[in-house]
Design a binder for this molecule. Structure first.
Ligand code: 6R9
Length: 653
């Protein structure tokens, strides 16, 4: 019998652990026995979590999975999502509590209480009604990080209209394809946006995008930068003229638990963007539940800050729906982290006494590159929970985060989830879990995930393979807008026999059975028959003191099938690189995780190509490594990065 090679090799070991302090554990929202309790009766557990919300009509059945893979949660229940996020807090006497401390990039600020938010959302809802928007209609939103973005989303939710939020910087073509696919009736945008200290246009891009768009009847324009913009007669309306004059009275209607809430497009690695569809009751239950236990959030006490853009699912679930359902007071910041200086985030934390901070590894690595002396200048003692999302966090970045931002003692939660999962699925629980740097560790109580091999059989401890979700969960996607076939194909066909949801990520169990995420399976490298994850090699590179960021790809190799090509950004004085530095890094990887993972080639680059949510686009780096024409760059945060990389390499830098 020949031994079957593993779906994914397990190369990196990590022995550091950080158990919670007694003090934290004593006050934690999460309880250790919830895992068992949820396993004993999952539906009863979720029914209990759904009680966090106000239901106008109670459900008659927790889960209907008879039409799998399309789930129905809290069947027969009725609720209004916006009422749950706003009105009920006002009715409970918290109208004067600040919901949003908004901070504009140029330094202007706005504090919005729950009572004010209720008025704003009601007025915006009345404005949309005046334009003929009703239940089931689609509204596209392309706005910077300003309060109107949140108000617009909640106004749609209040009316049972679906929002489709598009990143502020997306090109006209990207906006247009999303508007067309969803057949949006109304588009909400702004005159411009502040980016890196400058006002940049937005409305002109939207005009270009919507030229001849068949579904669009009205465009609402928020004034943000004050720049002159052309307004098209009969189509375009100013937000302040339309919304401000509306009545602040609006009675929310209760919608079915499975009423659609929003569509959010995710590009995936290739092909046409997928319009991920989420519905109401299950989505709000799980976003509220996870925000409560994963961040240990205490309403009225904590100041919460999630740095995501509203155009990313993280902004939907952990700026808008989860936190507002839980009556959070949160910071919303409009701008970039280095405007006007590299301490901006720490200054905001200090001045607003932020206690919970949730950001992405890409930003943490950027902060590392800028140096720990910058956060050291600020008082960050208000922080008590730190979170990470979007990519695997390298153990060294995790340690840096805890040591330099969390004073060496705050819990760090590495939260794994996807646009498709709607909410956090795998994460340590602060106050419960002994944390390990770089590991998302364990599915949350009520959630089930496994690491399986090619045949769908669960791998043992120490084994690597594919991450699957083997049981339905309340905030799961209900489909891809307009394409049910693609929904089944993309997520449910790979392990159809077992009925597992295939997440597209590689993962492994360590010897304690904790889960480690290893990057997208499309990026896995095959070197002489060894299946090596990009994450492990990148983490080994980042653990070298000269490396700020690293991305690795597999490039065709005549002898080994694929060879590992690494792109690295070096720190400070090391930045020049040179042959010696590169040799040292190759040896460092071999020493950390074994000779098989030693990169064939290391290229020193000034930047890496990233999406707007900060994910490295390895596909484009593979094009460079294999000397191909560079592919589609439309979802890059900064499309000039690829030129920068290619020209630097050609000139031998
Ligand atoms: C929330 C979000 C989903 C993909 C996911 C995975 C990667 C997200 C991660 C993580 C390792 C984490 N990802 N969080 N990988 N550890 N904590 O990012 O949604 O933009 O749809 O991306 O992001 O690859 O499959 P989305």
């Amino acid at each position: 019998m020949t031994e079957q090679s593993p779906a994914l090799d397990n190369l990196l070991t990590e022995n550091r652990t950080f158990p919670p302090t007694e003090e934290f554990a004593a006050q934690a929202n999460a309880k250790a026995d919830w895992y068992e309790k949820a396993d004993a009766d999952r539906e009863a557990f979720w029914a209990e979590q759904a009680e966090r919300l106000h239901w106008d009509t109670k459900w008659s059945q927790v889960l209907d999975w008879s039409d799998a893979p399309v789930a129905k949660w809290f069947v027969g229940g009725k609720l209004n999502v916006a009422y749950n996020c706003v009105d009920r807090h006002v009715e409970a006497g918290h109208g004067d509590q600040v919901a949003i401390h908004w901070i504009g990039e140029p330094g202007d600020t706005r504090d919005i209480t729950y009572a004010q938010l209720k008025d704003e959302v009601s007025k915006a809802a009345n404005a949309l009604i005046s334009l003929g928007v009703g239940s089931g209609d689609r509204v596209a939103i392309q706005l910077p990080m300003i309060p109107e973005a949140i108000v617009a989303m909640l106004a749609c939710a209040r009316l049972g209209a679906l929002h489709s939020v598009v990143f502020g910087g997306f090109s006209p073509a990207a906006l247009r394809s999303r508007v067309d696919d969803a057949e949006a009736k109304v588009v909400i945008t702004s005159d411009g946006q502040y980016r890196r200290g400058k006002a940049a246009p937005m409305k002109t891009n939207v005009d270009e995008a919507l030229d001849g768009a068949p579904s669009v009847e009205k465009v609402i324009v928020v004034r943000r930068t004050g720049d002159d913009v052309p307004m098209r007669e009969g189509r375009d309306l100013w937000w302040h003229e339309l919304v401000d004059s509306q009545s602040a009275e609006h009675t929310p209607e209760a919608f079915d638990s499975e009423h659609p809430l929003f569509i959010l497009y995710t590009s995936g690695t290739t092909g046409k963007p997928k319009g991920i569809l989420h519905t109401s009751g299950g989505y709000l239950t799980q976003t509220a539940y996870t925000h409560h236990i994963v961040f240990d959030h205490k309403p009225g006490e904590d100041i919460y800050w999630c740095t995501a853009d509203i155009g990313w699912v993280t902004g939907h679930s952990y700026i808008v729906y989860g936190p507002l359902a839980n009556r959070a007071t949160q910071v919303v910041y409009e701008g970039t982290p280095n405007t006007p200086h590299e301490g901006r985030h720490w200054e905001i934390i200090q001045n607003n006494k932020v206690s919970i901070y949730y950001t992405a590894p890409t930003l943490i690595r950027t902060f590392m590159k800028w140096g720990e002396n910058i956060p050291a200048e600020y008082d960050l003692s208000s922080l008590r929970v730190l979170g990470s999302v979007g990519e695997p966090i390298n153990p060294e970045a995790w340690m840096w985060y805890r040591d330099n931002i969390g004073a060496g003692k705050t819990p760090v939660v590495d939260t794994w989830w996807q646009t498709e999962t709607g909410s956090i699925m795998i994460s340590p629980l602060p106050g419960v879990t002994a944390a390990k740097p770089g590991s998302a560790q364990r599915p949350l109580p009520g959630i089930s995930a496994k690491v399986v091999d090619d045949s769908g059989t669960e791998v043992g401890k120490g084994g690597g393979g594919y991450l699957v979700l083997d049981k339905p969960w309340p905030s799961m996607l209900r489909g891809i807008w307009g394409d049910e076939e693609r929904y089944r194909d993309t997520y449910w066909s790979r392990f159809a026999d077992q009925g597992y949801y295939f997440a597209g990520d590689g993962a492994k169990y360590d010897n304690d059975g904790d889960i480690w995420l290893l990057g997208r399976v499309d990026d896995v490298m095959n070197v002489s028959g060894h299946r090596i994850s990009t994450t492990e090699v990148e983490s080994a590179l980042v653990s070298h003191p000269t490396v700020a960021e690293a991305a690795v790809v597999g490039a065709t190799d005549p002898t080994t099938g694929q060879g590992i090509v690494a792109f690295v950004i070096l720190r400070g004085s090391a930045a020049e690189g040179g042959e010696e530095a590169v040799q040292e890094l190759r040896n460092h990887v071999a020493k950390e995780i074994g000779p098989i993972a030693k990169p064939r080639q290391i290229m020193v680059v000034p930047e890496l190509p990233k999406t707007r949510s900060g994910k490295i686009m390895r596909r484009l780096l593979r094009d460079v490594a294999e000397n191909r024409q560079i592919g589609d760059v439309t979802t890059l945060a900064d499309s000039s990065v690829m030129e920068l990389i290619s020209s630097g390499l050609k000139s031998g830098k």
